[in-house]
Structure formats: structure tokens, C-alpha cells
Design a binder for this molecule. Structure first.
Ligand code: GLN
Length: 195
């Protein structure tokens, strides 16, 4: 199994480390041909406007879209924004694949970052300690989207739509490996089903 991490900007090195800790081959993706032969892709947190602009410059938007239409793809934070179909009034390049509405910078300027213990569907009883950095939230989900986690106030911070996964927080910045394992399992199932 080989997983790519989009390495245009943001926290890609941390994702690569996590995947390697799990014994999975992980490579940086900067050019369309880097997607060849990958079984899955992570789009990291960072700044979604920058990631979008660089993806346009490197001719990556269409190749990424085609890849993520078929293969497991996981967006964290800025990556969640980049995967969404609807981000309200902001104008920036998006892959527009997940049927969710995302509010960028949902926590405003006062609360730049915070941490919270989440209960995440499919990860067992142990809470997941999540780090949020200028994080988005999902404000609306449409048919076929499964909500995996909410904050205590009910706001949605993790979703799955078939082979697509999105989390508003940064699971690569803590020691918990369960979400990366979850994604690796998702890829394994996808490979078994689709070859
Ligand atoms: N607020 C950033 C954006 O709009 C996302 C922050 C992050 O990825 N940690 O892209």
C-alpha cells in the first residue's frame, strides 16, 4: 500500500511520519505524476487559499479531482475545506467533491486554536484528543454523508462520504494513531473491493 500526502504547503511532513510509523509507504505529492500508483491521498492542514492557488499553478486541480473521485482521500482542516462542495461566499479553488457545507475559520479570531476530547464513531470508547487550529466546521451535510464526530455543542468536525474522509482538526499533531489507522483500513477495503 502506498499513500500520498499533498505537499504544497502546510503540515504534510507530520502526516508522512505518522503513516511511516504505521509501516505504510508514504510519499510527497507535488506534481500530477506523483499520484500514479497511489492507493490513497491525504490533503493536510495549512492554508486552503494557498494550497488551492498552488494546486492551480502546478496543474494539480483536475488530476487531484480525478484521483479523489475514485480513491480514498482524507482532508484535514484546510484539506477539509479543499474537498468540500460548498464553503459559502469565499471564492477560492476547491476540489468540490464532498457533499458538505464548510464554514472556514468558524471559531473566529478570538479562539485561534483549542483542544477537545472527541468521541469518534468507529474508533472505540477512548476519546480522541483533537487539536483545532483556525479550524473550519461542517455546517450542513447532505445525503450519503456520515457524521463521525461533533463538539460538545453539536458542531460537526469529522465526516465520511464513502471513500472520502474529512476532519476539521489536526490528528497528525498528537500521538494517537487511530485516525490514520482508520484511513489505512478504509484504503484496504477499497482495494479489496475495486482492485
Ligand atoms: N483556516 C485555514 C484555512 O482557511 C485552515 C487552518 C488549518 O488548516 N489549520 O485554510
Amino acid at each position: 500500500m502506498k499513500i500520498g500526502v499533498l505537499a504544497l504547503q502546510g503540515a504534510f511532513i507530520e502526516h508522512i511520519k505518522k503513516l511511516r510509523e504505521l509501516g505504510v509507504e508514504a510519499v510527497e505529492v507535488r506534481l500530477p505524476e506523483d499520484l500514479d500508483g497511489l492507493d490513497g491521498l491525504i490533503i493536510p492542514g495549512g492554508e486552503s487559499t494557498t494550497i488551492g492557488k498552488l494546486a492551480v499553478q502546478y496543474g494539480l486541480v483536475e488530476p487531484l479531482r480525478r484521483f479523489a473521485q475514485r480513491k480514498p482521500t482524507w482532508g484535514t482542516c484546510a484539506g477539509m475545506i479543499f474537498l468540500a462542495k460548498d464553503i459559502g461566499n469565499d471564492r477560492q479553488p476547491l476540489l468540490g467533491l464532498m457533499d458538505v457545507t464548510v464554514n472556514r475559520n468558524a471559531f473566529g479570531r478570538q479562539i485561534d486554536s483549542f483542544e477537545a476530547d472527541l468521541s469518534i464513531a468507529g474508533l472505540g470508547d477512548e476519546p480522541f484528543h483533537a487539536v483545532f487550529i483556525r479550524a473550519p466546521v461542517v455546517t450542513d451535510v447532505h445525503d450519503g454523508v456520515e457524521v463521525l464526530a461533533r463538539l460538545e455543542d453539536g458542531r460537526i468536525v469529522a465526516v465520511r462520504e464513502g471513500h472520502l474522509l474529512a476532519t476539521a482538526f489536526h490528528p497528525e499533531l498528537t500521538n494517537d494513531r487511530r485516525l490514520h489507522e482508520y484511513f489505512v483500513d478504509l484504503i484496504r477495503h477499497n482495494k479489496a473491493e475495486n482492485g
